[in-house]
Design a protein around this ligand. Structure first.
Ligand code: FVH
Length: 281
């Protein structure tokens, strides 16, 4: 016997399987369901119970966690299981928009289901470890009931009862990640494939780690030690250097337009060469 809350996981893709594994590891009675049932095998070997249907899985636990491909799949699977979910707490960790979250919360409310939407800020191997955190918004009561259980998956951060907040922050953080990934690829392309690995390990990773804080603070309006005029000149040099290295300039062009406006607004003496550089990018 255990006093740990029984949990159901719907969806055993890379992430759902990691969530289930962390809960089993923490001692929660864990019921799993997946469209392709064979994916439950390794989890059953570790102690999970495989449910034959979504409704059976939902009925097995007071806390049901969905981690599926997208909200269309969630709707298709959970719609017919609404009666089984009624009276339970549903935490939906499927990636989606704030509008998806609000629609799901309204649907849950109509069926007597307490709904919490979530955004996972981790990759599957990080789940359950110190670097994982998960954003939640929606029913405060349901979140409070399961704060400890959800904490087994990674740091649990509640953003309030507006159901779309977790999705909004999730998508904003992901947009920063994809922007960074594009910048990394651009930097690696500039130095060339043969140097990319050593360059990344020795210089790029420490550089990005050191810069993340100052960049976020500067974008949030904190005073910067790096004057805009200097940055505009530097950006023009990056464009010229990338062109010299034969690297496509697409990534830089979206930064050049606002920079051109900034330069036009206050750096008249820098304007002609920068406009030339930018105009030909
Ligand atoms: N993996 C990651 O790095 C990210 C980290 C941040 C959060 N995301 C989101 O988590 C959701 C699930 O992602 P995933 O990594 O588990 O994705 P997959 O491995 O592709 O698994 C998809 C699951 O969805 C099931 N599924 C897909 N289509 C259907 C359908 N038509 N009917 C029923 N189930 C469906 C799929 O089932 P199966 O293919 O195994 O039968 C998997 O269980 C996602 O929102 C990420 O954005 C992960």
């Amino acid at each position: 016997m255990t006093d740990k809350t029984p949990v159901t996981i719907l969806g055993l893709g890379a992430m759902g399987a990691a969530l289930a594994a962390a809960l089993i590891e923490a001692g929660h009675p864990t019921t799993v369901w997946n469209r392709s049932p064979e994916k439950a095998g390794p989890l059953v070997e570790r102690g999970a119970t495989r449910a034959a249907t979504v409704a059976d899985a939902a009925a097995a636990s007071p806390l049901v966690i969905a981690c599926l491909l997208d909200h269309e799949v969630v709707d298709a699977l959970l719609g017919p299981a609404a009666d089984a979910l009624s009276g339970r707490d549903l935490v939906n960790l499927t990636n989606g928009t704030p509008e998806h979250a609000r629609t799901a919360a309204a649907w849950a409310d109509r069926h007597g289901i307490a709904y919490v939407d979530g955004g996972i800020m981790a990759t599957p191997p990080l789940i359950g470890g110190p670097d994982a955190f998960i954003l939640y918004s929606g029913s405060q009561a349901a979140f409070d009931r399961h704060r400890e259980t959800l904490g087994e998956l990674g740091g649990a951060r509640f953003l309030g009862e507006e159901p779309g907040m977790a999705a909004l922050y999730d998508l904003a953080l992901l947009s920063a990640m994809y922007g960074m990934a594009a910048g990394v690829r651009h930097a690696q392309a500039m130095v060339g494939d043969e140097r990319a690995e050593a360059f990344s390990a020795e210089y790029l990773t420490p550089w990005l780690q050191a810069m993340a804080g100052p960049i976020a603070a500067g974008a949030a309006g904190e005073e910067s030690d790096s004057p805009l005029g200097m940055q505009a000149v530097g950006l023009a040099n990056i464009v010229a250097g990338a062109r010299g290295a034969g690297t496509p300039l697409d990534l830089l062009t979206h930064m050049l337009t606002p920079m051109r406006d900034i330069v036009a607004a206050g750096y008249d003496d820098l304007l002609p060469p920068l406009i030339d550089e930018i105009a030909t990018a």
